[in-house]
Design a protein around this ligand. Structure first.
Ligand SMILES: Nc1ncnc2c1ncn2[C@@H]1O[C@H](COP(=O)(O)OP(=O)(O)OP(=O)(O)O)[C@@H](O)[C@H]1O
Ligand SMILES: [Mg+2]
Length: 282
């Protein structure tokens, strides 16, 4: 287990109860999505994982160590947090300086150059190294923000709404970058409102509402609308389920295709069912 929160509470000034009794455990290499309505506490939870916020009550353990006893710099080498808004993260004059900023303090010149080269290749940003990060489009800015964090090689990668506000091409670029990082075996946590992304990639979904975790399961269970418990969680967290889940549910219950499975969540899975022998006799 690399992350554990125990009875975690966070109260912001003004008595805003942002997290209430959050208990989660995340294993090495898991790809987890955190979803839930606006203001449900997702970003607050993420900020506890790299020590930018400390619990009001309860504890957070990263690789067994309590974040109360670690400073942000030490934690940021293990947990990389990519901000919801890249403008809050980027501050250097060129992309290259942005990538090298933290490395220079930790590594020799040769090692920094080697690390930069690997990072640039992984994220495909060779052509913009001399650009000013602020002149880039939003998706490319987000990729630079991800690359700058990845350059530090954190074992845990936390991405706060990476695909929000992107057009289709931008979204696919970012999706590809995240998958490349995931293939390296890193523990990935993605906060998102994009349920298509969750259905395609997450192995686990943590659902939040009003500062509490109200669901924690595999995506196909979270999105199975034939299950009343799952339906309640989806309603409470104001989630827009993947289109495939809605379509499967409609076929089963509105069109009375009684054997149609409701735990399929991607178009590919849908196509597999439709083209399989199961359709015979309908
Ligand atoms: N710095 C702050 N001071 C006071 N209240 C805050 C602060 N940051 C967040 N909050 C409040 O804490 C609650 C949780 O906010 P948080 O940003 O964690 O939600 P979120 O799930 O990330 O929302 P979104 O989907 O809109 O990004 C909200 O009620 C929010 O208004
Ligand atoms: Mg947020």
């Amino acid at each position: 287990m690399v992350i554990e929160t125990r009875n975690l509470y966070h109260v912001y000034p003004g008595n805003v109860q942002a997290l209430q009794d959050v208990n989660i455990k995340i294993n090495v290499g898991e790809f987890t999505a955190i979803v839930g309505q606006n203001g449900s506490g997702k970003t607050t939870l993420a900020l506890h994982l790299n020590g930018l916020l400390k619990p009001t009550k309860g504890d957070v353990f990263i690789k067994g160590k309590n974040t109360r006893n670690s400073d942000v710099e030490e934690l940021s080498k293990v947990v990389g947090y990519v901000y919801q808004n890249p403008n809050h993260q980027l501050f250097n004059l060129t992309v290259k300086q942005e990538l090298a900023f933290s490395l220079k303090r930790l590594l020799s010149k040769e090692e920094t150059e080697k690390r930069l080269k690997e990072t640039v290749e992984l994220f495909g940003i060779q052509d913009i190294l001399d650009s000013n990060p602020f002149s880039l489009s939003l998706p490319v800015k987000k990729i630079v923000a991800m690359a700058a964090i990845h350059a530090m090689r954190p074992e845990i990668f936390v991405l706060d709404e990476p695909t929000t506000g992107q057009d289709f091409v931008g979204m696919k670029l970012i999706e590809k970058a995240i998958l490349n990082v995931s293939r390296e075996g890193k523990t990935i946590i993605v906060i998102t409102h994009d349920m298509g992304f969750v259905a395609r990639h997450a192995k686990r979904v943590i659902v939040m509402a009003e500062g509490k975790v109200i669901g924690d399961d595999e995506p196909k269970k979270i999105f199975d609308l034939s299950n009343n418990g799952a339906k309640r969680v989806i309603r409470e967290a104001r989630i827009n389920p993947p289109h495939t889940s809605l379509l499967s549910y409609a076929l089963r219950f509105d069109y009375n295709l009684q054997n149609f499975p409701t735990d399929i969540i991607t178009p590919t899975q849908f196509a597999d069912v439709v083209s399989s022998n199961k359709l015979r006799g309908w």
